[in-house]
Design a protein around this ligand. Sequence first.
Ligand code: 5GP
Length: 205
Amino acid sequence: MDLFKNEGKIFVISGPSGSGKSTIANALLEEPDTVFSISMTTRKIREGEVDGVNYYFVTDEEYDRTVAEGGFLEHAEIYNHKYGTPKKPALENLKKGLNVILEIEMQGALQVKESYPDAVLIFVLPPSLKILRERIENRGTDSKEEIDKRMAATVKELDYLKDYDYYIVNDIKEVAVETVKNIMRIEKQKVKNLPANFIEEYIKE
Ligand code: 5GP
């Protein structure tokens, strides 16, 4: 079986706030040989979050140093906070043959695709903007003004859809999760993923 083992793959999950992308990204960890990339951020830790699990919460200085050292696979500023994917653990995990899940926004996703064209970009869409609005309203955590702002941001984010490889409509969560898992499984079966010396080793066995 080891003969078929090759470098791992990067799977990027993005989507508007309220699209359910985090739930989908977390469910992907149920797949074999799959790990989550833990980002660095300068934003404040929220209740229920754990440093080193949800994010590495760092100072501006630490973040800037990592940028200067070329320590990010991608990085971006969102709503005045900085976010970045640490390069070293991601590359080490790929070398080990693991799938690496990045749950990041669109500017970062495009940087990843540029450096790693084999990365698979998946865009999570709510079934409709009307339903997205209802979902956010039902959470009851945001003011009308805040919701209007988010909806406008979502419309802008749709500009990035064309640069993604796959879209997922998050209507029924279980179906959406299963579809993304299927994308992962299929992407792993591409012939170009096989090691360069595959035939040589295969006929030897
Ligand atoms: P939050 O602060 O709510 O956890 O995340 C805000 C946004 O930042 C989300 O869209 C999330 O996907 C994105 N994000 C989280 N980590 C990273 C990262 O390392 N790089 C980029 N580009 N975006 C990130």
